[in-house]
Write a protein that binds this ligand. Structure first.
Ligand SMILES: Cc1cc2nc3c(=O)[nH]c(=O)nc-3n(C[C@H](O)[C@H](O)[C@H](O)COP(=O)(O)OP(=O)(O)OC[C@H]3O[C@@H](n4cnc5c(N)ncnc54)[C@H](O)[C@@H]3O)c2cc1C
Length: 457
């Protein structure tokens, strides 16, 4: 059977098929590290017509496909299962157009995000989508997962940065919807079907992003707090008094300690220990005034007891060092096995009670529990990594935390998506009617269930 498929696909799409020994382990698992499986067949198209031909064939023969971008996803969505054929977008790359007047950037789906950021910057413009995986994640993956990242607070998630896209549906139909305008109310906004649906409704092949004027000036500081409420006051104060607050990343002390243990070359950023740390960034276009008002506001917050301590970046190197601490999660993920990794969302007002409930519930059940908490606080999004060192505890930790999330009206995923790993918990944060409508859309667009089966719903 596999032999026949390889023969047919090699004829249909010459030089685009890898099989057997040619298939490397890089196609076996995404960054979640869960349930690796090296696939039998990998197809690597170089244009949309080839993607369409592959989907037509697979649909006719009811062959399941898993779509792969940069494999930096954290929900198991691009990890092959059973006999799935891998559709890798790794060769569908390149920037198709940079329109400086319309302020749009169009790129093929397999292009790494960082290439777009650099191209925009070289043209004096700005693509505000940014995440730790920028060098490896692809724009197709970003769109499919509706990626969030570090600047959602001012620019929104990927959804709000995408003006148009091209996608191929399960039967091979190419839907070209390459809108470049901010306004377009002609009928249904079809691109939204493909944004955030994690490859279950179509393969994204090209994307039009909205660009922004490049901010002339960025100010960054790392701040220490004793209480969560102080951090909330601080956010509100800075939003109401400074120019645009573009990032507001919170780190619990337990997170920072773990990052420092894993990276002996990093040093403690502030003289004393604090219960919470915030990395704040402000963007503006009036250099001197922005610097002055940022420093004045930080001083006012110190004087008013909102802030315990702060260090302001004096150079790009300092900024880089602040972000190294925030991005230190990579080392935790890479070195801790048997961990539960959460990207939950709860309203900011519920965060302290939620974290307290998580700590109480998990420590009552597990000894040797380690917890690291950090995240995009201003977006209502917290990342929690929890482990005991025992594989058997991981699923129980997921169950306990997701149940608490559901009880508090939160979401089990604020940005990484459902993939395969959170599917069984979807009903904790989506109603029966919502899930039924999701199923109906899936059945209508992919009646043979060939696209990323078993993901999301
Ligand atoms: C260090 C690190 C930091 C991260 N930080 C963030 C963060 O701040 N915010 C955030 O949101 N995420 C973050 N992530 C998660 C991840 O980077 C994002 O989900 C990213 O958008 C995935 O892109 P990818 O190309 O790697 O997709 P993949 O991992 O290859 O795929 C992800 C999902 O999208 C589907 N898919 C991929 N390409 C396409 C396509 N062209 N058409 C249709 N479906 C497709 C896959 O089937 C899969 O279901 C981080 C990951 C790492 C490792």
């Amino acid at each position: 059977m596999i032999k026949d498929i390889i023969e047919a696909l090699s004829e249909l799409l010459p030089h685009q098929i890898l099989h057997g020994q040619q298939v490397g382990t890089k196609y076996a698992v995404d960054w979640s590290g869960e349930s690796a499986l090296t696939p039998d067949i990998v197809v690597r198209p170089t244009n949309v017509a080839h993607v369409s031909a592959l989907l037509q064939y697979c649909n006719q023969h009811q062959l399941p496909i898993v779509i792969q971008g940069g494999m930096t996803g954290l929900s198991g969505g691009s990890t092959p299962q059973h006999s799935e054929i891998v559709l890798s977008l790794e060769r569908l790359t390149g920037i198709s157009e940079l329109d400086t007047e319309s302020m749009t950037l169009t790129a093929l789906a397999g292009t790494p995000l960082e290439h777009l950021q650099l191209a925009a910057s070289e043209a004096g413009l700005y693509l505000p989508l940014d995440l730790g995986a920028r060098g490896s994640c692809t724009v197709g993956g970003n769109v499919a997962t509706n990626a969030g990242g570090n600047q959602v607070l001012s620019y929104g998630m990927t959804r709000s940065l995408v003006l148009g896209l091209e996608a191929v549906t399960a039967d091979g139909t190419i839907i070209r919807s390459m809108n470049k305008m901010l306004k377009n109310n002609a009928g249904y906004d079809l691109k939204q079907l493909f944004i955030g649906s994690e490859g279950t409704l179509g393969v994204v092949t090209e994307v039009v992003f909205r660009l922004f004027p490049k901010p002339l000036n960025k100010q960054s500081a790392l701040c220490g707090f004793s209480t969560f409420s102080q951090a909330v006051f601080f956010l509100q104060r800075m939003q109401s008094t400074c120019s645009r607050v573009s990032a507001f990343e919170i780190m619990w002390d337990n997170y920072l300690k773990q990052v420092l243990v894993m990276n002996q070359q990093f040093s403690r950023p502030l003289a004393e220990d604090h219960a919470f740390y915030v990395l704040i960034e402000i963007e503006g276009n009036e250099s001197e005034r922005d610097v002055e008002s940022f420093n004045l506001q930080l001083q006012a917050c110190l004087d008013d007891g909102i802030l315990n301590d702060a260090i302001v970046a004096q150079s790009d190197r300092d900024v880089g060092q602040f972000w190294q601490l925030r991005d230190g999660v990579v080392d935790i993920l890479a070195s801790v096995t048997h961990r539960a990794n959460f990207d939950i969302g709860v309203p900011i007002s519920q965060m302290p009670a939620f974290v307290e409930a998580v700590e109480a519930s998990l420590s009552a059940q597990f000894d040797h529990l380690e917890l690291c908490i950090f995240g995009h606080m201003a977006d209502g999004n917290l990342h929690i990594i929890a482990w005991t060192g025992r594989e058997g505890d991981v699923e129980l930790i997921y169950q306990k935390v997701y149940t608490l999330v559901g009880n508090m009206g939160g979401t089990i995923t604020a940005e990484h998506g459902i993939g395969t790993m959170k599917r069984q918990y979807l009903s904790l944060c989506r109603s029966e009617q919502e899930i039924a409508l999701m199923r109906l859309i899936k059945q209508t667009m992919d009646p043979n269930n060939i696209l990323n089966p078993g993901r999301v719903i």
